[in-house]
Ligand binder design. Structure first.
Ligand code: 5GP
Ligand code: ZN
Length: 115
């Protein structure tokens, strides 16, 4: 846990959130500023600042993040119509919270390329 990290505080329950899923390694919650009818963030309980900080030892953890995102989308009926998953890495991509998180967005038509 990083004392200065917003998502570490959410995982620890020090900042309230709307929990969607939790297990021993992962926490998922609704984004406070949703960009689609479903906008969930899937985060690892361990603090990793950016994708650039991932090591091979994280491979299973990141796989679990992606699979959990797919499960959440399926539970909400977005698996058939489709949904989008996004990792932003560093400033130019729009990362504002430096604890890796997988955005899971669904419930509307998405355009490409992203902004
Ligand atoms: P990023 O821009 O780093 O890829 O995504 C950070 C996300 O965290 C944003 O979509 C933002 O709305 C969300 N966020 C920021 N602060 C909070 C908060 O206090 N609670 C929740 N639930 N989401 C937050
Ligand atoms: Zn953190």
């Amino acid at each position: 846990m990083s004392d200065s990290c917003l998502f570490c505080k959410i995982i620890a329950g020090q900042i309230p959130s709307k929990k969607v899923y939790e297990d021993d390694r992962l926490f998922a919650f609704d984004d406070i500023n949703p960009q689609a009818p479903m906008h969930v963030l899937v985060v690892p309980k361990t603090h990793v600042a950016t994708l650039n900080d991932l090591a091979k030892a994280h491979d299973d953890l990141v796989g679990a993040m992606v699979r959990t995102a797919a499960q959440i989308a399926k539970q909400r009926g977005h698996d058939g119509p489709g949904y989008r998953t996004v990792f932003n890495c560093n400033a130019q991509a729009g990362q504002t919270v430096f604890h890796i998180h997988l955005h899971v967005l669904g419930g509307r038509v998405m355009t490409w390329p992203p902004g």
